[in-house]
Design a protein around this ligand. Sequence first.
Ligand SMILES: [Mn+2]
Length: 279
Amino acid sequence: MAVYAIGDVQGCFRELQFLLDKLQFDPSADQLWFTGDLVNRGPRSLETLRFVRSLGEAAVTVLGNHDLHLLAVAHELSRIKPQDTFGDVLGAFDREELLAWLRRRPLLHHGEGFYLIHAGLPPQWCISEAVQYAAEVAACLQGEDYRELLEHMYGDQPDLWSDSLQGWPRLRFITNCLTRLRYCETNGRVEFQQKGPPGSQPPHLLPWFAVPGRRSAGANIVFGHWSTLGFYRERGVYCVDTGCLWGGELTALRLGEIPQRISVPSPPGGYQKPTPANA
Ligand SMILES: [Mn+2]
């Protein structure tokens, strides 16, 4: 049995099939972990959702910011943006089943000695706290109040964790870290505007995983969301978003004592041109 963590697919269904062929993926024996953002910006969100759902227990996916945005738009709690490409999902005959399935995905998954998230963790959280906080958001999404969560999740505040945070500000902070975080200050104040590679950010910001004293250090963490970082592996932290959508590659990491990278290319030029609006 092999477990593969796969980076942000974002509707790149064709590349996903190429990658699975290359892995010789066997759904009866192997398991796929997806870093989230199965949908949006790429060409085939609907087929990607249907396929991953059809894998049943052979696939695990955590929610990303684009997945949550699709849910919010579908429930008329947010407006579709010009650069959104999930209209195929919104118009599908099976949209309700697909959306109900997507809404019930976790924000963090762990097993095999690895933790899977879409984006990042603030430095104040140890890994067991991250598991607990992710579960708070997942419980809300799976419960009666999920529409309110989707409505209240937008916004960049609060930007600093406190154990005393409650209600929507607490759930918004947790959701923002797990699905959008790239950079924060050394004191853990999070920032959501910078989207470039490390080195491009203002000097008061650090990649979330590089903050001195980060309490989740020591845990093996696999994440996506950061195509400008690209493939990264340092001290148990693995980024597997290699920008398939933008003309890069779709990447799998075979989990194990020494994780191995397997990638397939996307068409030259990709499906989108990077602009400040659609990163
Ligand atoms: Mn993302």
